[in-house]
Design a protein around this ligand. Structure first.
Ligand code: AVI
Length: 331
């Protein structure tokens, strides 16, 4: 008599985001191991990032807020100067705390423009589409959900209007210098002569100040990194033992690279289940897992980045300490 096949019930969750699964498995099976920091931002990651922005050591947010809240008129003048109808496209808009100052000023100046925020979070975009016109009467908003690099083309083709692209918060720092160069060239290709970009850049400064921003005493940045392991457990059914990994940020003043790692505290195995067989990841004791780069630049390096992508420098705005810069380039 033929044996009936045994059906093994597994606890494997249905993988909703195949790209997330593939990126995680690819990253953890490559040498050296790495994860992509864009996956930090699930609901819990968003909450932790809000806390990071409010913590005393994390200066970039306060510095850029100072620029946008105290030099609003000058920033708005750069945009309004050409007088043409504009599309103000913001890549990775978030809750647009800083941009609100600029938007209100442009409306006050009677500038004819539409604000097109792009963000990966649908919640954020729904909120901005509904709330911003109430907060800033007269503002035209047309938010788009999606990966900002993919959505940029859609936003750029939205109309023949003059384009002003905002890429704030030192988000460019989360790309390697090579990726940032490629990104700027890509950006340039979507724009026409006369269009503008405004990029928020965290500048090279006292190394200890930079390192402290990524190693806050309250341990929020540590939790922010560990949350990605928790997310992999939650969404992919993996079994990371969170207490067996240690947050380890380093800053290299030579290259300006501030990098975060999670270090395996022991020799261990982690399982990532999949319907057609699990993947086992082996960690050696003290093996690093690369989590994030937060690249810091000098003013000269940023000028070069713009020039190499065929942009012309227009203006630089700094906070009082000179720690952060919003640079304006013209295509
Ligand atoms: C979003 N990004 C610019 C932040 C940064 O500074 O690299 C993310 C972050 N990572 C740790 N703290 C903040």
């Amino acid at each position: 008599k033929q044996k009936r096949p045994r059906i093994i019930k597994t606890e494997t969750p249905v993988i909703r985001d195949v790209a997330f699964y593939q990126d995680v498995v690819n990253g953890l099976t490559s040498e050296p191991k790495q994860l992509q920091s864009k996956y930090f931002y699930d609901k819990e990651g968003d909450r932790l990032f809000q806390q990071i922005m409010n913590c005393s050591e994390y200066y970039p947010f306060q510095c850029e807020l100072e620029i946008f809240s105290q030099q609003t008129e000058m920033l708005a003048n750069v945009i309004a100067k050409a007088g043409a109808t504009a599309d103000l496209i913001e890549l990775g808009a978030g809750d647009c705390t800083k941009t609100r100052y600029l938007l209100a000023e442009l409306v006050k100046m009677d500038t004819d423009f539409t604000y097109l925020p792009i963000d990966i979070s649908e919640n954020i975009i729904d909120f901005l589409n509904a709330q911003l016109p109430l907060d800033i009467p007269g503002l035209k908003v047309n938010g788009i959900t999606g990966d900002y690099l993919q959505m940029l083309g859609r936003a750029a083709d939205h109309s023949d209007n003059k384009k002003v692209v905002l890429f704030l918060g030192s988000n460019i720092g989360n790309m390697s210098p090579g990726e940032a160069a490629e990104f700027c060239m890509n950006l340039r290709q979507h724009l026409k002569p006369g269009d503008l970009v405004i990029i928020g850049v965290d500048l090279k400064k006292k190394p200890a100040t930079i390192l402290a921003a990524y190693n806050d005493k309250a341990g929020i940045t540590k939790e922010f990194n560990l949350n990605l392991l928790r997310r992999i457990n939650r969404e992919l059914g993996a079994n990371f033992e969170i207490t067996q990994f240690e947050h380890y940020p380093v800053y290299d003043p030579d290259t300006g690279g501030c990098k975060s790692y999670l270090i395996s505290l022991k020799k261990q195995q982690v399982m990532i289940p999949c319907v057609d067989g699990s993947t086992w990841i082996n960690f050696e004791e003290n093996e690093p897992m690369f989590m994030e780069i937060s690249q810091k630049y000098s003013i000269k390096e940023i000028e070069e980045l713009g020039r190499n992508a065929q942009f012309r420098p227009v203006a630089n705005f700094f906070d009082n300490k000179g720690w952060f810069m919003d640079t304006v380039w013209e295509a």
